[in-house]
Design a protein around this ligand. Sequence first.
Ligand SMILES: C[S@@+](CC[C@H](N)C(=O)[O-])C[C@H]1O[C@@H](n2cnc3c(N)ncnc32)[C@H](O)[C@@H]1O
Length: 450
Amino acid sequence: MVDDSQKSSVRQVHSDTRFPQRKNLSKDTSAPVLEPTSTDKLISGIWRQIFSPVQLSRFSSVMEPSIDMRTGVSGEVFRAINTLCLKYYNQCQSSRALEMIVQAYWIECYEARIAVLRLENPNLSAMEVRMMGLKEACAVLNWKEKDLRNRIAIWRGYKEIKDAGGWASLIFASAGVYRFCKYRTGFGEGLSTRLRHIRSSLEVAADTLHPEWRDLLQVIGQRESRQYHGHPHEWVTLTGSPAVPLSSSYEHLQLPDGFQYRFIDECVLDTSAFGTDDPRRVPELDPDVCLVCKENQSDQIEKNQCSCFPTLFGSVPNPVPVQLFHTSSGKNNGVIARSNFDRGTAIGEFTGLITKGIEGVDVMLGGTRTRTYQIFQGQMGNFTRFINHSCRPNSQFQRFYWRGKEHIIVVSRGVTAGSEITVDYSDHYWKQLSKTCLCGEPCCRFRERR
Ligand SMILES: C[S@@+](CC[C@H](N)C(=O)[O-])C[C@H]1O[C@@H](n2cnc3c(N)ncnc32)[C@H](O)[C@@H]1O
């Protein structure tokens, strides 16, 4: 509960007791939402796969050094890429990525081979040269020319996706990418612009969550080194340009030691303030029973029956599909959702140092009237530290009791992929802040400040 008797200099953020109601599908009478386009589905599939625990198996053998198209594609080199293509055609899911890499690269080799054949056969028409190239390929692939031409149309799609969104966009595209490229309904300027915009953000997520993904490119002899190291949120993503280190986005503050931040998944208890007695523990609560659903709570996944917030409590944790991004509205950094969060679902826990007695800086106030504590995110915490305020927020802070302990979590009120995650910091917080609100909402309460 929030204790208003706290010193007024504390910029405290409040949490709510009411959970946003989850949507009751049968009773939902709200206006119909636009159906996602095939491009939306392709992009959401890429993000879903990147934030999933998918294991990209290490690739042990590398491409024959003889398949190098940089010096022009001779008949021998072209035969080699065709053999490789055959090897990876229709493999199992873990090799799907390899198959698509080889096929997108095949298109590049094919175009380069056509260029060579054109030079060698100046008397042949463009069409005849293409037929010659197709014949060469079919001799190795043992396919009919018509079948190869149909497949080329799909492989061209893979190459277009790769050219705009980078290899990560193709490698993490889910099974739907085949149909997407086969029917080509989503291709056009819109697709490449959208992929170009998220290219570096995809690479931040892929490099930090699947550090070995670039090894797959060895199948076509490319050795790419990882660009983004460390924690996924140590990078601030930008639309259409490379992400920048988090610390560099606070250089304007001219902090003596620069911006230092430790990412933690769980709160850390300040033992100098509380000893080993965690103030979040509520002795009156039964640690085995959920206050909300009355079901059994257990840290042993097979025994747990509480599914109030399964992404946070009582299940295997997965990376949260959010990234830090540079806002264009002057708020510096913010948090962007990379997937939809349905109303009533948890986005993350507000983690930081559990302490007391901090003044003059942002803190989250927790506890009961008789025993309060603060969660301080000044030196450590998680992405919730970067969530901005909006007077019309799409999320809110909530208290939730897990195993007899209070946790402050961020719960969605309905967040769509690609939008900024926002909460209402409360009137009390803004009273202490001599800034103007930049949320841009017509209902903004703190636009004009005295
Ligand atoms: C918890 S931080 C949020 C992350 C912050 N934008 C950053 O880059 O580190 C809170 C601070 O962000 C800024 N902020 C958040 N929401 C804002 C808003 N709607 N308008 C103006 N500034 C905002 C204020 O400076 C506020 O004190």
